[in-house]
Design a protein around this ligand. Structure first.
Ligand SMILES: [Zn+2]
Ligand SMILES: [Zn+2]
Length: 166
């Protein structure tokens, strides 16, 4: 989906609102496709002293299997958009992941939404950012509370304790 910007290009102070729903269900994450629901993006592109600045939000609901605790989860995500649109990418800009080139006088909303989402995904797919995972000894999901396993004493402390006891 292209957002036409001809009305605000060259008109400092002008802005245009956008609202789009993008299908990113083909977005692969490891072995899964967690973006099964439409991704909704809303915001504004404003010509700020000649620079086109896009701000807004990307929202969706991820469905996946947690990499850490292996449970199915549904998690809402809301990511701020804060990008700059340029008519032509300079070498400098192409290293900046928050700068996007225009196509003619249009912004490619799908490409921007996809990039914003991908850049904000954690390297692991987790049911929540602080998932405690499962105990490697008894297999209990530690998000449900601590397990019965006694903590293995750290061998370094054991050696130190031995020294202190002598
Ligand atoms: Zn988890
Ligand atoms: Zn355990």
């Amino acid at each position: 989906m292209q957002l036409g910007l001809s009305n605000i290009i060259g008109c400092p102070g002008e802005s245009i609102d956008f609202s789009v729903s993008v299908d990113l269900s083909d977005l692969r994450y490891g072995t899964s496709y967690p973006v099964s629901e439409p991704v909704v993006a809303e915001g504004t592109v404003r010509n700020t002293a000649g620079v086109l600045v896009m701000t807004g939000w990307v929202r969706t609901c991820l469905h996946g299997v947690c990499d850490r605790c292996a449970s199915d989860f549904t998690r809402e995500v809301e990511i701020p958009i804060n990008v700059v649109l340029v008519e032509e990418l300079s070498n400098e800009d192409s290293e900046d992941e928050w700068v996007f080139p225009l196509e003619g006088d249009c912004a490619d909303l799908e490409e921007i939404v996809r990039t914003v989402l991908v850049l904000n995904m954690d390297s692991k797919l987790l049911c929540k950012p602080d998932c405690k995972g499962i105990c490697c000894r008894c297999g209990k999901n530690l998000n449900d509370g601590p397990c019965e396993c006694r903590k293995e004493p750290d061998p370094r402390f054991a050696a130190l304790r031995q020294l202190l006891n002598q």
